[in-house]
Structures are given as C-alpha cells and as structure tokens.
Design a protein around this ligand. Structure first.
Ligand code: GGG
Length: 365
C-alpha cells in the first residue's frame, strides 16, 4: 500500500490495435488501484489517424503540452491506411516522431527477453535463445528520420528525387551512448555500438564519439563495435553474445523488430523512451510497444496485448519506481505463458489459443 499522490498518466491509444491492447492495461490499472492502493490521475487523448480524422492533424499542440505536464505517457500505436496517400506532414506516424522530438525523448530502450515458456515460439532453435536478455538502445530524435535536407523534389526532366539525410552530432551520440553504458553497468557490463562506419560519415563519427566517451568515463565497461549489417546477421546467428546494443534511429528500429522474432513475436516487445532529467530530477518518459497499429488485424480481438502491458510495467519501474508492481506484472505474464495461453501470433501446437481480452484477463487474474 502507498499513500503517494496520484501519478499523472497520459494515455494515447492511437490507431488500429492500439486501443484494443490499451484496454487490457486499463484493467491492470483498475486492479492496481483496487488491490495495491496505487492512484493514477489519467487523461486520454487522440493521436495518429484518430486525431487526423477528428482534428485534421496527427497530434495537437495541446496533447504535446499534456505530455509535458504528465509524469509519464503511455502510448499505443500509430498508423492508419486512410492516410497512406498523403504527404509526410500529414502522416499518422508523425504523432510519435513529434512527441519524441518535442519532449527530447532521445533514448529508446527496447528490451528483447525470451520467456522460458516461449522458447519454442522463437524463429531460432530453443538452445540458441533460451535465457536471451538483450537491451537495444535506439537513438530517437536524430539520424535519418530528422536530418536535413529532406523532401521530394521534381527534377528538370519531370522525374522526382526523394531525399533523407543522416545527421548526428557529437552531443547527440554522446548522450545516448551514456545511457547505454550506464545501463550496461547494471547488467552484464557489455556494450556493442552499432553503425556503418565503412560507408557512412555519420557512422564514422558515431564510432569515434562512443570510443572517446568510453575511454574517458566508462573504461570499466567492455565495448565492442559492429557494422549494422553484421549485427543483423549476428543477432540471428548467436544473439546471446550481446548484452546492451546502442545504435542510431534507423538501425535501432530495424534491429529491434528483428530481435522481437527471437522472442517469438513483435507483439512481445515493450519499450521506454527517455529524455534527460531536469534540475528537479523529473525525467520525461514515454512507453510504447515496439509494434505498430497492425491495421490488418485491428478489430478482430486477436492482437497480443503483452507488449503494451509490459510497456506499462516498464513505466511503473522507470517513471514511478513501483518496482514490486512492475515485477508482479512481469511475473503474471510469465505465469500465463507457462500455463499455455497464447494469442494467435505466438500460438503453437498443444497450447490454448486466446483472444486479446482473454489474455489480458488471464494476466489480471
Ligand atoms: N508503437 C509504435 C508505433 O506506433 N510505431 C509506428 C511507427 O511508425 N513508428 C515509427 C518509429 O518508431 O520510429
């Protein structure tokens, strides 16, 4: 039991399966309030395609201000085929990119952990993934997603040219590398820095900055460097060689989706995106599953709510310091999986297939 003031939580379910899997978190919140005496002051709003439909923009300034004022943001997923034809400035995905940038949420922590009960759901052999526990630290406010020049221009002959530019500065690289080194010290003390310095200038700077920071402040941590293409191959060949991986925006996006399949499904991986703490010690933070809105399965009640639920557990752990409750949720997920309950994405022979809401209810129970 706790008598702390209500934690200000902004919930942004988003599009597609986002609202469906978020509903299962609401049940967990209700349980925590009823059984553990926790108190949350919750506000909710629209983002992504849902916001475009109502307000004509993927995220309103007011929602960004609500996010700034909250103690933490729980985000669902954005992406809506109704806006597939529009330009980048009106894409639903802009909601999450804008939130990360406006709140300077630069470090996206994407843990890829294999639950014992799911070793047979992995794309790799059970012996290769059993016990796998890696942390991918993805930089999220720089790199090719934000660099200039960018755009689509029409050339003299009427054909077009699409442009994105990878830009990283020393300070952007250093601050995310610092997060990775600090995390490694609490884990197995190993960091692998991933770039493509053999063909990219930004990769060359990335490697140089990480190497310098390591020598200056983190010599006790084991540091290795790996090219991103080799890293993709090594994650499939022998993923347990890694502890903490730190990389840029695009490579982190790709490698974490790859890593999710080692755990059984994209529907299993949570994430936390953190900014820098202010002088009062408040750290802006947003939590979201790494999966998108999956419009192809939205509304069918078959989505896996575990990534969203584990994202909420990360929120309790990192933003609210509710360690026991976070652990309780993680243990409940492990227990339900051990009991053989499976949503469609992790289903295998001899297990019991359940819907989104049945999986959520089993975790609460
Ligand atoms: N929950 C994650 C989500 O909504 N992903 C959609 C997406 O396109 N995200 C872009 C990104 O993570 O950079």
């Amino acid at each position: 039991m706790t008598s702390q003031p209500a934690k200000k939580l902004l919930i942004l379910p988003g599009d597609g399966i986002g609202p469906e899997v978020m509903q299962e978190v609401r049940h967990i919140i209700a349980w925590l309030e009823a059984k553990r005496g926790l108190s949350f002051a919750i506000t909710e709003d629209l983002v992504g395609g849902a916001s475009l439909a109502q307000y004509g923009e993927p995220i309103r300034d007011d929602v960004i201000e609500q996010a700034r004022a909250a103690d933490a943001v729980l985000f669902g997923s954005v992406g809506d085929p109704r806006w597939n034809h529009v330009g980048f400035e009106k894409r639903p995905e802009l909601a999450i990119l804008k939130l990360r940038q406006e709140l300077a949420l630069f470090a996206n922590l994407r843990p890829a952990k294999v639950f014992d009960a799911l070793v047979d759901a992995s794309t790799l052999k059970p012996d290769v993934v059993r016990g796998l526990d890696i942390m991918i630290v993805r930089e999220t406010v720089g790199g090719i997603y934000f660099g200039n020049p960018r755009g689509i221009e029409t050339l003299a002959d009427g054909s077009k040219r699409g442009i994105n530019t990878e830009v990283y500065t020393t300070s952007e690289i250093e601050r995310v590398a610092r997060v990775a080194f600090d995390l490694a010290r609490k884990r197995s003390n190993r960091v692998c820095s991933v770039e493509k310095c053999n063909v990219m200038e930004s990769g060359l700077l990335w490697k140089e900055v990480v190497t310098d920071l390591h020598a200056r402040e983190y010599a006790d941590v084991e540091l290795t460097h790996m090219l991103a293409d080799n890293c993709a191959m090594q994650l499939v060949r022998n993923p347990r060689q890694f502890d903490v991986l730190v990389t840029g925006n695009l490579f982190g996006d790709l490698l974490s989706d790859l890593a999710s399949m080692l755990t059984g499904s994209l529907g299993m991986l949570p994430s936390a995106t953190l900014g820098a703490a202010d002088s009062a010690g408040k750290c802006p933070a947003l939590y979201e599953p790494i999966h998108g809105s999956a419009p192809d399965i939205a509304g069918q009640g078959i989505a896996n709510p575990i990534a969203q639920i584990l994202s909420f557990a990360m929120l309790l752990r990192y933003s609210f310091d509710y360690q026991a409750e976070a652990q309780l949720i993680e243990e409940a997920v492990a227990a339900v999986l051990a009991n053989g309950l499976r949503t469609a994405d992790i289903m295998s022979e001899g297990k019991t297939r359940v819907s989104t809401s049945e999986m959520g209810a089993a975790i609460v129970n």
